[in-house]
Design a protein around this ligand. Structure first.
Ligand code: GDP
Ligand code: MG
Length: 784
């Protein structure tokens, strides 16, 4: 009789099982394998998210979340487990491995070369899993001498910094990754960086509390054959929970120096730096690359890798790709490497045959066979060198906290409370006070400089430029700085503490319906405060598709600056009903956003959101230092990036408002260039019931900052009331237009910085169209 195959999705909560087969294909499957979800691994179902999807499991000793649909692809076999396999006898001196084959020696003839001459900058790349402490270590190594930018061609954060006290060094922080498969931007950036920029050394940071999964990346990095040091981080946590790592044995087995450190406690950093400088200076490559088990199950994989290595030796050398890396990637089915090697058809054929033979002998497909080979080595290695800590207090506390924070009935209420508190503190309490303070300071500066300018008798044009453009325009934007900073402070605390990963976990199901993943929730929420930090926050999203789509969603989260406009109009037209109307507007925007997302999901952004396979880190007390540094960096970013563009934009608007087409300074704003333009544009707004040029001018000024709508409008109206220039129906349409139209220049410039001109132009035009159409429909509905 047919028996239904058990999958991870059908495994009852609390039960354990062994993975039998991992189905699916492409990026998702590779990612699952990379995360340690390989045939033979044992998994335990922990809990379902409050909405019933995704699922949390433990695998390889850590918590992983994945969607039910993806869990259905993983066949499992339920079983009670005894303790782990015993270590196979490991050879202590890998330099003696395969004495007959000779490859290891041949590819390591660079060993013990003369040192690099003085004055050569020792460049290092810092690579490691997400949450392994990369940022913390980077900050420890470089202090404040760092520089933030993007990798060429992709908007993945790139940070460079000089190691403190060693001027001829440069560390580049690579994105957090779990593997170097060719599927995500981050992974591609990492390998391209190492292969093309050829850093003199690699720092591989490994989270010792999660060593099995972290070592997978280590093994792949070793194949890149670049001088490398493993920084075994979080040793404080391991030790305080009764664990140890036999460093010397680990070092011998891996063939690269291993330095135990605690980045957070600044322990072992000096020793790490010594080792780094040494391996880089003497260009000491890893002493071992061959991690297959020749005798047991792994023999087939071993033979396949060596056969391919023999076959492609010349091509790999020509393409400048490390041989072992090229071979194992070819066997895995890595199209990027295949393309780079420029193999001819004969070679491709032979490789296919080798792979098929290996698959047959090994009983696993290509990607699974390679992953299994690596995890098999890791399993034996850690059994031999790691004394597991008992459950750490951190982990225990996390489990307890998660009963509330991701509990079925408590997760969402708790989240609402947290977000409400963040907004309240940012916009009503601390942020508002700081903003007022800063604004007051700017006003004082404006006044005194105004007085000084007058006393000095400078021309009225210059005076107006300084007063209206610099102090009013740029000053207003700068006064938003505290809010942006605070928002970032709270966010980095949420992120650093591990809460953000949980939010993504339980919101995933909802967001997936509109083609996004749980991770997009945070930038979108920030959007209700201010779109500028919201756009910046999309940087944490793993794929550029998700990132762009999220940015396109942000304008639909009505930002707080618009509240002023809503207040102004509702007070005049719909007194007493402001609250209800504004709430309605927020929901209307979200509704339209959802419709737009659905539309985009089927057009511009076809395909799925990134597979939601994500680690749930332990909750941690965020470190003051790393949060502080992050906030400082964001502040600098905001000032330097947005400021230049805002400054230029302000001057342009000031110019348009202050001069007429004859370039005469005007007293009466209605003859200024901007008013003239507005009068030309006004007919466009007629179908919305808006026929007064002053309103249109206000809207144009609102492109600068939404607050300007009110400021400009009241200035132009003089003594008149807005009731005199537009009908209630027109006012309703106007509200909807303001709700949806193109975000302010600060946001647009941020989008430009992140995505370039094409996407920015798209957002600008698209939002304008959406706003117009929505307002038109509202006007239509209210008139008939
Ligand atoms: P990244 O995601 O790899 O950049 O990791 P982070 O540097 O952001 O660190 C992740 C978390 O681990 C933060 O909460 C750090 O404070 C914490 N952390 C980093 N290094 C250590 C360490 O050596 N010991 C302990 N106990 N925590 C650490
Ligand atoms: Mg980080």
């Amino acid at each position: 009789m047919y028996e239904k195959q058990e999958t991870l999705a059908s495994l009852p909560i609390g039960h354990q099982a062994r993975v039998v087969h991992v189905g699916g294909d492409g990026a998702l499957r590779q990612h699952l394998l990379d995360m340690g979800m390989i045939p033979g691994a044992r998994v335990k179902a922990i809990k379902l998210a409050p909405m019933g999807d995704p699922l949390e499991v433990t695998v390889q000793g850590y918590e992983l979340t994945l969607r039910i649909a993806d869990a259905k692809l993983i066949e499992v076999e339920e079983c009670a487990f005894k303790e782990e396999t015993q270590p196979r006898k490991l050879i202590d001196d890998p330099s003696g491995l395969h004495p007959g084959l000779g490859e290891e020696g041949k590819y390591h003839d660079k060993l013990h070369e003369t040192p690099l001459p003085d004055g050569v900058t020792l460049t290092f790349a810092l690579a490691g899993n997400q949450n392994s402490g990369k940022t913390t270590l980077f900050n420890q190594l470089t202090g404040a001498n760092q520089h933030v930018g993007n990798f060429p061609g992709v908007t993945v954060d790139r940070k460079d910094g000089v190691i403190r006290g060693h001027r001829d060094t440069l560390v580049t922080d690579l994105p957090g990754i779990y593997s170097i498969s060719p599927y995500t931007n981050e992974e591609i950036v990492t390998r391209e960086f190492i292969l093309n920029e050829k850093p003199k050394g690699l720092i591989n940071i490994v989270d010792a509390t999660n060593i099995e999964r972290n070592l997978l990346l280590t093994m792949q990095l070793i194949e890149l054959d670049v001088p490398m040091v493993v920084a075994l981080n979080m040793m404080d946590e391991v030790r305080s929970n009764g664990g140890t790592v036999l460093i010397n044995r680990l070092e011998n087995q891996l063939g690269v120096p291993v330095v135990p450190i605690s980045a957070a406690k600044n322990e072992g950093i000096d020793e790490l730096v010594d080792h780094l400088l040494h391996v880089a200076k003497y260009q000491e490559n890893p002493r071992r690359q061959d991690f297959c088990d020749e005798n047991e199950d792994g023999g087939a994989v071993h033979r396949a890798i060596h056969a391919v290595m023999h076959l492609i030796g010349d091509k790999a050398a020509k393409a400048g790709i490390p041989l072992r890396f090229a071979a194992s990637k070819l066997i895995e089915g890595d199209h990027l490497v295949e393309a780079k090697l420029q193999l001819d058809d004969g070679e491709k054929d032979i490789i296919e045959h080798i792979v098929r033979q290996m698959e047959k002998e090994r009983g696993l497909d290509r990607a699974a066979a390679i992953a299994d080979m690596r995890f098999d080595f890791i399993r034996h290695l850690t059994a031999d060198t790691v004394v597991k800590p008992h459950e750490s207090t951190g982990h225990y506390r996390s489990r307890q906290a998660d009963r509330l924070l991701t509990g079925k009935y408590t997760a969402i209420p708790f989240f609402v409370i947290v977000m409400a508190a963040v907004f309240y503190l940012t916009f009503n309490v601390i942020g508002a006070a700081m903003q007022e303070g800063l604004q007051a300071l700017i006003d004082i500066a404006a006044e005194s400089s105004g007085a000084a300018l007058e006393a000095a008798g400078v021309s009225p044009v210059l005076h107006s430029l300084v007063q209206d453009a610099i102090f009013d325009g740029v000053g207003t934007v700068v006064s938003f700085l505290p809010i942006v900073i605070l928002m970032f402070l709270f966010l980095s605390i949420m992120e650093d503490s591990g809460y953000m990963a949980r939010v993504a976990f339980f919101m995933d199901k909802l967001l997936r319906k509109i083609g996004l993943s749980g991770r997009s929730i945070v930038p979108m929420l920030i959007g209700f405060g201010c779109s500028v930090p919201a756009v910046m926050a999309t940087r944490t999203l793993p794929s550029s598709r998700d990132r762009k789509m999220t940015v396109f969603m942000i304008p639909f989260m009505s930002c707080s600056a618009k509240i002023m406009v809503y207040g102004f109009i509702t007070a005049a037209f719909f007194p007493g009903r402001g609250g209800a109307i504004v709430t309605g507007l927020y929901f209307l925007a979200i509704l339209i956003g959802v419709l737009v997302a659905l539309l985009m999901k089927h057009t511009v952004f076809q395909g799925e959101a990134v597979p939601f396979v994500m680690e749930l880190p332990n909750y941690r007390l965020p470190s003051l230092k790393s949060v502080g540094l992050l906030v400082w960096q964001k502040t600098k970013d905001f000032i330097s990036k947005a400021f230049t563009i805002i400054f230029v934009a302000t001057i342009i608007i000031w110019f348009l408002r202050s001069f007429d087409f004859g370039l005469n300074l005007v007293d009466d704003a209605s003859v200024s260039i901007i008013a003239q333009i507005a009068q030309v544009i006004t007919p466009v707004f007629a179908p919305l019931g808006v026929t007064d040029w002053r309103i249109v001018t206000g809207l144009i000024a609102g492109l600068m900052a939404k607050e300007n709508v009110v400021a400009t409008l009241s200035m132009l109206l003089g003594g008149a009331s807005i009731i005199d220039v537009v009908s209630p129906v027109g006012a309703a349409a106007l509200l909807v237009f303001v709700l949806l139209y193109t975000p302010c220049i600060a946001t647009v410039s941020m989008i430009y910085r992140e995505f370039g001109i094409r996407d920015t132009a798209f957002v600008v035009v698209f939002q304008m169209l959406v706003a117009w159409i929505a307002a038109f429909v509202v006007h239509l509905l209210l008139t008939i």
